[in-house]
Ligand binder design. Structure first.
Ligand SMILES: Nc1ncnc2c1ncn2[C@@H]1O[C@H](COP(=O)(O)OP(=O)(O)OP(=O)(O)O)[C@@H](O)[C@H]1O
Length: 586
């Protein structure tokens, strides 16, 4: 809450203050109306009123009602203005926070939940603020003011009112308390629904190819039913609000009229007009009092929705980012570049009890090409992900250019690498915006440099063949490109970054053997200064590496050249033999 409150500017706080003043004005004018009505009734009973005087009272009441309406409109306008600004800032703040999250924090909350929090939860908060602010401030003021006004009224009226209000508040508050856990569950059930939708869309090819509709429908239906049941329970509980409140209000009005009738009958004839007048004014005040109580309680029903959303946003904003800049950053020596060292590095995924990699030590010199090979799940990707600190090593040290990566500014560290992930990822935009992506602390790339990188990544030819060439549109996830084309574009992106160290995570797997070879040779010739750490499954891809690291079950079981490992490392030899002769020998 504090974090959200901090997002408002001084000017916006002033707007809120003005709103409060306007609401006080609104209440003042609304309360004036029954008082004027009382005076008019007195006048009518006295028999001294002429029509012009009655019209005068009518105009006064009309003016009060009009002023209250204008004030209400001004409040709504200012609140909408502040609400829109708040909405925008909460959205920005949440997105900025998520951008800083490491894979661990994203995993902790879950991608679908993060999407829901950035969209529906922020909307709930904004909606509550815009629609709830006015009644939230106005109702208590109205209740206090009206109570003060009717405090001098007949003791029977007062006792009946106090009893009715007490019943109303107790019952409606109990309903509101009942509703809170339902809202909480419904919000999380929505996350689950988004997760299923997302998964279905991501895996749509598999669903179609495997006729998996029924299974998907079942999963969706299950989650959908859960959310419908919860919403139904919420609606059923909230549905009691209006009828119950109306019942209390009408019953009380009837009770007051019955009491009034007895009181008038018992009064002296000369006092009857003023006693009936008191009753009429009291009933008008009463309707204001009860409707304010109802508004306040309706707000209490909407509040759980907003407060759950607020809590979910606060969880994101307060989540500690585990991977961040050190307090005192270490500037690396510019003369040393392209070296990488692992010192007894181990890593365990959050929530896992087993090490994904264990006690890894090696050193890569500038300009060297080191390949990592190993069976499925042996820890190759994990090892690579630790270098740009996508995850934090559990034990040991990783040094880049002689500096512990934890002591470097994240931006400086990541500027050193050209990272190509296992799954080629393209952003929606153009080819140019995808190749020239991010910031590497150097000058913005020229189109010539982008083309040069694309030529090296063997992407230039198909880019030119595309309609629009380098400005061709890239759809979400790069879905209008083939797997191989996506891989070449992501390789070109890494080359364009002009890094000291390339990190390739099985980045040549979707290329045919010839292209794989040409790209690697091109890289070696043109970027002879850059070091390369590459994960690859194909022996033909890694065979010419200066050194090959063999992983097995997270442990390093061999290191050396292809020929050395063929004689010294069983695991390596088995991998080579398991591949066809053509693949193994290139
Ligand atoms: N996010 C994660 N959470 C928990 N465990 C994980 C996670 N990612 C990977 N693992 C586990 O860590 C181990 C190493 O996985 P990793 O992806 O590094 O293997 P890999 O050698 O790259 O495999 P492949 O060749 O199949 O890509 C595996 O046992 C895997 O199940």
């Amino acid at each position: 809450m504090k974090k959200i409150a901090e997002l408002l500017s001084f000017k916006e706080y002033m707007y809120m203050l003005i709103c409060v003043c306007l609401i006080v004005g609104q209440v003042f004018f609304e309360i004036k109306i029954p008082n004027v009505m009382g005076e008019l009734t007195d006048l009518v009973y006295s028999g001294k009123a002429d029509i012009s005087e009655e019209i005068k009272y009518g105009i006064i009441m009309f003016a009060y009602a009009g002023l209250s309406l204008v004030f209400s409109f001004l409040v709504a306008y200012l609140v909408a203005k502040v609400g829109a600004a708040l909405d925008r800032r909460v959205r920005r703040q949440t997105f900025t926070k998520i951008i800083d999250f490491s894979l661990k924090e994203v995993g902790d909350i879950g991608t679908s939940s993060l999407i829901a929090r950035c969209t529906t939860d922020i909307y709930q908060i904004q909606n509550f603020f815009v629609n709830g602010f006015q009644p939230l401030i106005k109702s208590p003021i109205m209740i206090i003011w009206v109570t003060a006004q009717i405090s001098g009224a007949n003791v029977y009226y007062r006792s009946a009112t106090i009893t009715a209000v007490a019943i109303l508040v107790a019952v409606l508050s109990a309903i509101a308390i009942l509703v809170l856990p339902i809202v909480n569950k419904a919000q999380y059930a929505k996350d689950e629904l988004i997760r299923i939708d997302r998964e279905h869309l991501d895996g749509i090819r598999v669903v179609h190819a495997y006729n998996g509709y029924e299974k998907q429908k079942e999963r969706f239906e299950e989650a959908n039913k859960r959310i419908t049941d919860l919403l139904l329970r919420y609606d059923k509980s909230s549905a009691l609000f209006a009828p119950f409140s109306n019942m209390v209000m009408y019953s009380l009005t009837v009770i007051i009229y019955i009491m009034g009738a007895y009181i008038v009958a018992d009064s002296a004839k000369s006092l009857r007009s003023s006693v009936s007048n008191e009753m009429i004014v009291f009933v008008s005040m009463l309707s204001m009092l009860i409707s304010s109580c109802i508004y306040l309680i309706i707000i209490m029903v909407l509040l759980p929705n907003a407060s759950v959303s607020l809590k979910r946003i606060a969880q994101v904003l307060n989540k500690k980012t585990m991977i961040m800049d050190p307090e005192e950053a270490f500037a690396k020596d510019p003369a040393i570049c392209g070296t990488l060292e692992f010192r007894n590095v181990s890593f365990m995924y959050p929530g896992s009890r087993e090490y994904a990699i264990r006690d890894i030590s090696f050193r890569m010199e500038k300009g060297e090409t080191v390949a990592i090979v190993g069976g499925t799940g042996s820890g190759k990707t994990t090892l690579l992900n630790l270098i740009p600190r996508l995850y934090e090593a559990t034990e040991g040290e990783i040094l880049v250019d002689g500096v512990d990566i934890k002591k470097m500014k994240l931006k400086d560290l990541r500027n050193i690498f050209g990272y190509v992930p296992q799954k080629s990822f393209l952003f929606s935009g153009t080819i140019v915006s995808n190749i020239d992506f991010g910031d590497n602390g150097k000058l913005k790339k020229t189109i010539e440099e982008i083309v040069k990188a694309s030529k090296l990544g063997k992407a230039d030819e198909f880019i030119r063949a595309k309609e629009g060439g380098y400005n061709a549109h890239v759809e979400e996830g790069g879905s209008n490109f083939s797997g191989g084309q996506r891989q070449r574009l992501t390789i070109s992106r890494a080359i364009c970054r002009d890094p000291e160290i390339f990190l390739f995570d099985d980045s040549f797997s979707a290329l045919d053997y010839k292209t794989d070879k040409t790209v690697r040779e091109g890289l070696k010739e043109t970027l002879s200064g850059a070091s390369v750490l590459m994960v690859a499954q194909r022996i033909s891809t890694i065979r010419s590496a200066d050194r090959i690291i063999v992983l097995d079950n997270g442990r390093m079981v061999g290191m050396g050249t292809h020929d050395e490992l063929m004689t010294s490392c069983n695991v390596y030899r088995e991998i080579v033999l398991s591949q066809t002769d053509t693949e193994a020998t290139g």
